[in-house]
Design a protein around this ligand. Structure first.
Ligand code: CP
Length: 305
């Protein structure tokens, strides 16, 4: 399936061919081979949940590609605060733009929006479900670093239960035959639905409690934050909040060549001494949000064919 006019909601709707096309278009955009492809396009960026990287990199991406941004960073500045429904907001905004980007705390919101909108909808994170554009920039960063995605061994650490970034990433990496090691407290394990999906795809994975148990052949340690905002019970959060602190010693114990990634924001799960290591690529990863989101919007609006 081509990209023009298509909504991007979940990795479950995508193929390895789609992901390779996004990586290729991101490379062309980052290298300057593609530019100006959003000229004359208006993109609505609507955030019903806080964000720094995703919102600002989308806005920067749109402007750098010649497009115009409308939208809001906070639902309190929209008419939702007067009682307007989400569906009516989408029915209205679809007439104001050529594509819309939505972050929302409720799982399934982006899918609902794509059922209503007459323009492509890009899911910028829906609750604990999916965060596809984070995965695209993660894949691009790995591809840039290793020259391939096939057969990498990736350790995913932290909140694997509520972490939408790792849910999307596990599905994506399964398409490239990755090996995965899931590192989390028992209560924050990767959901059974995703583990079943990996088993059915013939993808090997292990579950361990600490990074040192992952072995010394990890290519990537993908660290995530334990997300206070996803816990209904503050005591449950406190019981796992400080489960991990990755230090330069941890990186050495993993064989020293592992690349450390993180979707950010971090709280205290990676100590700042790791930032100084060549292994730490999380800020380059965040900066790759620009060409990745430029390329994706170019593809869905037909500016990149
Ligand atoms: N990685 C990510 O989604 O960060 P923000 O919440 O700051 O957008």
């Amino acid at each position: 399936m081509g990209f023009a006019g298509r909504s991007i909601i979940s990795l479950h709707d995508m193929t390895a061919g789609d992901l390779n096309r996004i990586i290729e278009a991101t490379y062309d955009t980052k290298s300057g081979r593609e530019s100006g492809f959003l000229r004359g396009k208006t993109i609505a960026v609507m955030f019903f949940e806080p964000s720094t990287r995703t919102r600002l990199s989308f806005e920067s991406a749109i402007q750098r590609s010649g497009g115009t941004v409308i939208g809001f960073a906070n639902p309190t500045s929209s008419s939702q605060s007067k009682g307007e429904s989400f569906a009516d907001t989408i029915r209205t905004v679809t007439g104001y733009c050529d594509a819309m980007v939505i972050r929302h705390p409720v799982e399934g919101s982006a899918r609902l929006a794509s059922d209503i909108a007459t323009v492509p909808v890009v899911n910028a994170g829906d609750g604990a479900n999916q965060h596809p554009t984070q995965t695209f920039l993660d894949l691009f960063t790995m591809w840039e670093s290793f020259g391939r995605l096939d057969g990498l061994h990736i350790g995913m650490l932290g909140d694997l239960k509520y972490g939408r970034t790792v849910h999307s990433l596990a599905t994506a990496m399964s398409m490239f035959g990755a090996r995965m090691t899931f590192i989390s407290p028992h209560t924050l394990q990767m959901p059974d639905m995703i583990k079943r999906e990996l088993t059915e795809a013939g993808i090997g994975f292990r579950e361990v409690r600490q990074p040192e148990e992952a072995g010394d052949d990890l290519d990537v340690l993908y660290v995530t934050r334990i997300q206070r905002e996803r816990f209904g019970d503050p005591q449950e959060y406190e019981s796992v909040a400080h489960s991990f602190r990755i230090t330069s010693e941890t990186v050495r114990s993993l064989g020293g060549r592992v690349l450390v990634m993180h979707p950010l924001p971090r709280v205290d799960e990676i100590s700042e001494d790791v930032d100084l290591l060549p292994n730490a690529i999380y800020f380059r990863q965040a900066h790759n949000g620009i060409p990745t989101r430029q390329a994706l919007l170019g593809l869905v609006t037909g500016g990149i064919s």
